[in-house]
Ligand binder design. Sequence first.
Ligand code: ADP
Ligand code: MG
Length: 245
Amino acid sequence: MTKPIIEVKNLAKNFGKNEVLKDITEQVDPGQVIVVIGPSGGGKSTFLRCLNLLETPTSGEVDFDGENLTTLDTKRVNELREEMGMVFQGFNLFPNMTVLENIKLAPMKVKGIDDAAATKRAHELLKQVNLDDHADAFPSSLSGGQAQRVAIARALAMDPKVMLFDEPTSALDPEMVGEVLNVMQELANQGMTMVVVTHEMGFAKSVADRVWFMADGYIQENNTPEAFFGNPQTERAQDFLSKIL
Ligand code: ADP
Ligand code: MG
């Protein structure tokens, strides 16, 4: 049996009296692509942020690669966090740096990789996201789709074991969604472990190994995309799908 890369056990998160995550127990195996879908406000972003402890769980446990994050000191949590790349809706590129510099920064500063090696790797990653011709551009000159692909390359530059995506295409003009999803699909094909919060049902159907439907603080369904979209089990999921499909 493969050892899960992420294990979540009885995870709960409250913001004051608001019980956002109530009792979540799930696991992610190496190489799996999990797509998390569900209504707005259902706790998807909070859940992703609990996976790398950007949010501190109220109770429960998050294990990453066999280590219980909730018991570790800040130094170790930071080390493990480097192994989880995260891509958000907004791209958060450093505006005063070129695309290449954006990608090289963390590997050089955090990992101590030398300039030549970081540059070589950054160009490889830019080729992977089809942007090597934009290496010397500044973020302000990029389209949203290009900026998001740079953000993905930047996350990959730390050689993460897992990539977490929080609605990576939600802020994009429709014609740019495809180029970002294509890059994500290729990453999945290469075997990257991914947890993706998205409303792109086509992506969920064609790329996900498992769909997790999250609403009201629980993962209400965990199923293959075929089973989930073909025959959702809960009324909550049936209602959600009837509104978006
Ligand atoms: P989703 O990503 O599914 O839309 P979120 O995780 O962003 O859901 O939000 C779930 C709930 O948690 C919402 O009611 C939201 O207002 C609340 N929430 C999220 N982050 C915070 C925070 N930092 N402080 C207080 N409440 C928050
Ligand atoms: Mg969200």
